[in-house]
Design a protein around this ligand. Sequence first.
Ligand code: NAG
Ligand code: NAG
Length: 458
Amino acid sequence: MYTFIKIATFFAHLGLVFAQSRITIDISETHQEIDGFGVSQAFTRAAEFEAMDPEPRQKGLDYLFNTTTGAGLTIIRNRIGSTSDDSILPQNPGSPDATPEYVWDGSDSSQVWFSKEAMKYGISTIYANAWSAPGYMKTNGNEANGGYLCGVSGRSCQSGDWRQMYANYLTQYVRFYAQEGIPVTHVAFLNEPDYVTSYSSMQSDGNQAASFIPILHEALETAGFGNVTINCCDAMGWPSQRTITSQLVAAGMEEYLGVITSHMYTGDPDSPMNTRLKTWQTEGCDLDSRWCTTWYSNGGLCEGMTWANKIHTGIVNAGLSAYLYWEGVEVNQFQASSYLVASDGTNVIPSGRLWAFAMWSLFVRPGAKRVGTSGSVNGVGVGAFQNTDGSVAVVFTNNGNSRQDVIIGFSGFAPSAGVAYLTDNKNSVAETESTIADGVVSVSVPGRAVVTVKLMGE
Ligand SMILES: *[C@@H]1O[C@H](CO)[C@@H](O)[C@H](O)[C@H]1NC(C)=O
Ligand SMILES: *[C@@H]1O[C@H](CO)[C@@H](O)[C@H](O)[C@H]1NC(C)=O
């Protein structure tokens, strides 16, 4: 049931006149389940993080994961190494039928440390993602520079069909983590398969992926890891992942996969993917700017407000269940903004982007369901969610310049207590005023700001 009321009254406040809008949140209208928000420490970033002095290192971890002092992120994305230095099968066994001699150093480029630290904060979504198979399994004999997995449709190699060996190898990686006490929950065998580059990369279209996915599914199940979800395909952007997804769906792969994953570099998630599977945006960042902590200046890619808008569009308009930035904490990498928290080894500095993630991740917790909203607020994105504990979070993303006053009514929920938090140029997840009266909540959303209202039911 909707009550769709736009109050056409204006009221004077502090001598100024503000528009007041009314929205209604309908708890009985449920959309996608939320898995969370997160980062990676791939490509030596976990090792540099682990090597920090204990105090700033703890501060960095707190900024990422702590629910009182940080962003409360809930997903990590680890890289399954494919080079002769970081792969668990660095030596070519000789043929796809030979017995592989796996090696495990207990560190996995410090991603074991990072995973265990994340788990101390309650993180339970651990995504292991291979950028490529080892070179000897590929058409180009190299783990870099694209090339295909030998044996996928239309790609054969003299050395044979390596699909089963690659599936066993990914399963063994999951087993090594299980032995470390780290339950990998999601695994993927491709990263940016639509992009060829001089570091770890492997090409695939949807049909080629479909000629491997059932083999991986079977290998995991046979090894007792049928509880691990297979993700695909971390394409460069939403439009190319759409193409790959349509091939996967046509090939019947929804039966084997759990999550369709995409990056945002060549196109943001802005409308739903055609699949019954969950969708995640698994890697996004600013690749162009120097380190910046700005919340809002001119809408640039390093600014927090920009990412607040992207997360809103992804979760609300595209129906994403997760949104991940590229890296979390980096040390002495001030030439870049491709990560959320910077350190010079002593000081630890959060960015506006971190607080954009916090405005979602602290309040929209894993297992939450997006719920219905009706009515609108001029220039303000509205997302509403019910958490598994019954609490409701409403995230307002005001990309306009002017303050908007909002009245929130409910259908199927009676708010008894609530707190509103504000992030803008002057505040980072700071408490801001809100009132509850007669089952209706009132809150102000300043311009270029995110306000999240967290409400407990009766
Ligand atoms: C989060 O930060 C608070 C405040 O500093 C601290 O007491 C708590 O132990 C931290 N949580 C974790 C899981 O480390
Ligand atoms: C999946 O099952 C295996 C084997 O029983 C176990 O070690 C692992 O922790 C489980 N993983 C998850 C994500 O529950």
